[in-house]
Ligand binder design. Structure first.
Ligand code: VG1
Ligand code: CO
Length: 542
């Protein structure tokens, strides 16, 4: 019933910021998927007879990998696997299912916001029993194993029906095909005041939710339209497609420009939002105002107590290092802990498990809380709606009042995508070499206060993660941060994060790029992006 298959290692199965991401043809190489999944299982202990969760964002190759993973889970000794119907589970929904059914862990099949299709991206990520991405200790073990793997085990069984809800069997292991939306929707009803949101919508408040042809379509339809009574047509691009309709399912001002343009128009709805390929990111745009993800984190934290799930207040806030300091001011006012972690959700898990943080966020359109251990796009939308339903003001007013109280952190990220990897590494190495000489010097009229290579000391498990981004802080609180992306699949992406703090309400109406112009020039002067890469402007500005 089970067979052992001899294999040879691949040398490139190193999980990045969020799992292993490669082009589909790379995953389609002989034994590539099998090697990685076996390396995952070989890096875990004590799962015999336990439950595994499998689900993905529905992109191209999702269904094939679900079948392989099921057969390998059976051969490796799992007792039961829960699979989202059709192989679908948004990333936050997968996290919830792992927690709710006390699974040992889960395989999340996604390349998130990266494009999908036969020549585009695919990804596999392992999540642990708390529902969150495996910590570095495990991802490092998986990579080490993948470099020495000699064999894998798999059930010799026919593919099983993953499209019909119900219980079946594969080589003696139970497989339960579950509704991908039901458990998640039930959790949202526990956290938020659906009656208040329904009243808001009944009073004429209009919204649009753009699923970008990706996984949140069925979640948005069920929750926003069916349960909360938003009119049909509120959800757009809600049918998940294997190639996301040929688009980038990345909810930012570039790839969700239609939504942005609508929200800036006179007859646009009151509130607009979008989510990414796997449903963990959110884009929030109020009528006439884009809310940066860093600001959204701060505004949600400041108002979270208005939602039933957070009425007891927050224990603490955590943000990734490149995320703006807006949330820090909220934590200061609330007199709660504030934690600064490296990029990637895996670093929040310990803080959430230890009850040190309740809300977490990243500048890359990720916000979430202790309800799961992933960022959660629709959760952020619902928290915004709950806050607006209680306060009965516009998103614009929420933002203006927030800035008046705390000051405004102008913020932008400039990405240089598809850069030659050697050139990108040299740029970072050169920067690192320059760090000791930078403090005290001036660029573009700004004086550098400190400069370092961010290292994170996890306060819970005491692990240390080095080289998590170069930070240059200027006198007065502005800063630029440089790091290389860990989610791309071709060449390198250099990310430059730029931030200026502006306490004066009279200066809260500036255009963002203008407000950051001297810092953007300073970033170029410090890093020599053009000299290293030949690029004189970023490919994406968010
Ligand atoms: C990017 C973002 C990071 C996010 C990660 C996964 O990583 O910057 O904040 O956690 O994507 O997001 P990088 O290494 O490319 O900068 V997603 O929606 O994959 O799940
Ligand atoms: Co995502």
């Amino acid at each position: 019933m089970f067979k052992t298959v001899a294999t040879t290692p691949y040398d490139d199965q190193k999980p990045g910021t969020s799992g292993l991401r490669k082009k589909v043809p790379v995953f389609q190489q002989a034994n590539y998927v099998e090697n990685f999944i076996q390396s995952v299982f070989d890096s875990l202990e004590g799962f015999k007879g336990e439950t595994l969760v499998i689900g993905g964002d529905g992109r191209y190759y999702n269904r094939e990998v679900v079948q392989i993973a099921l057969k390998m889970a059976a051969a490796n000794g799992f007792g039961r696997v829960l699979v989202g119907q059709g192989g679908i589970l948004s990333t936050p929904a997968a996290s919830n299912v792992i927690r709710k059914y006390k699974a040992f862990g889960g395989l999340v099949l996604s390349a998130s916001h990266n494009p999908g299709g036969p020549t585009e991206d695919f990804g596999i990520k392992y999540n642990i029993g708390n529902g969150g991405p495996a910590p570095e200790k495990i991802t490092e073990a998986i990579f080490a194993r993948s470099k020495t793997i000699k064999q894998y085990v798999i059930a010799e069984a026919a593919d099983i029906d993953i499209d019909t809800i119900g219980k079946r069997d594969i080589a003696g292991m139970t497989v339960e095909i579950i509704d991908p939306v039901a458990d998640y929707a039930a959790l949202m009803e526990e956290l938020f005041d659906f009656d208040a949101i329904r009243d808001l919508i009944r009073s004429g408040f209009t919204l649009r939710f753009d699923s970008m042809h990706a996984v949140t379509g069925p979640y948005g339809k069920e929750i926003l339209e069916r349960r909360l009574g938003a009119k049909e047509g509120t959800c757009v691009n809600f049918v998940p497609l294997p190639d996301f309709g040929g688009h980038h399912p990345d909810p930012n001002l570039v790839y969700a420009k239609d939504l942005y343009d609508l929200m800036m128009s006179a007859d646009g709805p009151d509130f607009g939002a979008a989510s990414d390929g796997d449903g963990d990111r959110n884009l929030i745009i109020g009528k006439g105002i884009f809310i940066t993800p860093s600001d959204s984190l701060a505004m949600l934290a400041a108002n979270a107590h208005l939602a039933p799930g957070y009425k007891a207040g927050l224990k603490g806030i955590a943000r990734s290092m490149p995320t703006s300091g807006a949330a820090d001011r909220v934590a200061e006012k609330l007199k709660i802990g504030m934690y600064e972690t490296p990029t990637g959700w895996k670093f929040f898990g310990n803080l959430l498990d230890a009850g040190m943080a309740t809300i977490c966020g990243e500048e890359s359109a990720g916000t979430g809380s202790n309800h799961v251990r992933e960022k959660d796009g629709l959760w952020a939308v619902l928290l915004w709606l709950n806050i607006l339903a209680v306060r009965r003001v516009s998103a614009m007013q929420v933002a203006r009042e927030h800035w008046a109280t705390y000051g405004r952190n102008y913020y932008s990220r400039h990405d240089y995508e598809g850069v030659d990897s050697d050139a990108a590494n040299r740029l970072i190495d050169d920067l690192r070499g320059k760090l000791p000489t930078l403090p005290g010097t001036s660029v573009q009229g700004l004086t550098i206060a400190t400069a370092d290579d961010f290292a994170y000391h996890d306060p819970v498990d005491k692990s240390v993660s080095d080289h998590q981004g170069i930070r240059v802080l200027f006198e007065g609180g502005s800063r630029v941060v440089f790091r290389l992306s860990g989610t791309g699949t071709s060449g390198a992406t250099i990310r430059v994060y730029v931030e200026r703090y502006e306490p004066d309400p009279k200066r809260h109406d500036l255009e963002t790029q203008g407000a950051l112009a001297d810092l953007i020039r300073a970033a170029e002067d410090i890093a020599g992006i053009k000299a290293h890469t030949g690029r004189d402007k970023p490919s994406v500005i968010t």
